[in-house]
Design a protein around this ligand. Structure first.
Ligand code: HEC
Length: 147
C-alpha cells in the first residue's frame, strides 16, 4: 500500500505546478469575446439608446449636420478611426459621401464591449452588409488609445 503513495504524490505535484502556472496569468485581463451574431444583437440595443437620436433609425443621418452611417464611405474606409470616434468622440471637419460635416460628436462613455457591439451592428446594418469587414473585437477596442 505504501508504494502507491509515491505516484500519488507525483501526480499531485503536477497539479500543483499546473495551478501555479495558471495563477501567474491571473493578472492579465480576461477577454471573453462574443460571437458576431450576439455582438450585433447587443449592438442594436446600444444603437437605439445612444446613437439613433442623431444618426436616425436607418443610419441615414441629417445631411450637413449628422453624417450618415448607412453606406458611409468614412465608416467603410476608416475602420480604426471610426472605432476611435465612437470610443472617444469626434470633432472637426470630415467628409462623408461627398458632404462636408464640421460638427462635434462627444464621447458617450460606452464600455469597450458596447463600442465593439455597436460597431458590429452598424457595420452589418443599413446596407453596410456589403462592406468586407471582420468582426470588431473587444480586444481590438481595448487596444486603441486616443491620439
Ligand atoms: C449628439 C449626436 C450624435 C450621437 C448621439 C452620435 N453621433 Fe456619431 N456623429 C455625430 C456627428 C455630429 C458626427 C460628425 C462629427 C464631425 O463633424 O467631426 C458623427 C460621426 C460619426 C461617425 C463617423 C462618420 C460617419 O458617418 O461614418 C461614426 C462612425 C459615428 N458617428 C457613429 C456613432 C455611433 C455608433 C453612435 C452611438 C454609439 C453615435 N455616432 C452617436 C453625432 C452623433
Amino acid at each position: 500500500m505504501k508504494f502507491y503513495i509515491i505516484p500519488v504524490i507525483c501526480v499531485l505535484s503536477l497539479f500543483v505546478r499546473e495551478y501555479q502556472s495558471d495563477s501567474s496569468s491571473l493578472y492579465e485581463p480576461i477577454v471573453q469575446e462574443k460571437n458576431l451574431e450576439q455582438s450585433i444583437a447587443d449592438g442594436k440595443a446600444v444603437y437605439s439608446e445612444f446613437c439613433m437620436r442623431c444618426h436616425l433609425p436607418q443610419g441615414e443621418g441629417v445631411e450637413g449636420i449628422y453624417p450618415p452611417l448607412a453606406k458611409s464611405n468614412w465608416l467603410s474606409e476608416k475602420r480604426t478611426k471610426s472605432i476611435k470616434s465612437v470610443k472617444y468622440g469626434l470633432k472637426g471637419e470630415i467628409e462623408v459621401n461627398g458632404v462636408t460635416y464640421n460638427n462635434n460628436m462627444t464621447s458617450m462613455g460606452l464600455t469597450d464591449r458596447e463600442v465593439a457591439d455597436v460597431m458590429n451592428y452598424i457595420l452589418n446594418s443599413f446596407g453596410n452588409e456589403d462592406i468586407d469587414s471582420k468582426q470588431v473585437t473587444l480586444k481590438e477596442v481595448a487596444g486603441l488609445s486616443e491620439d
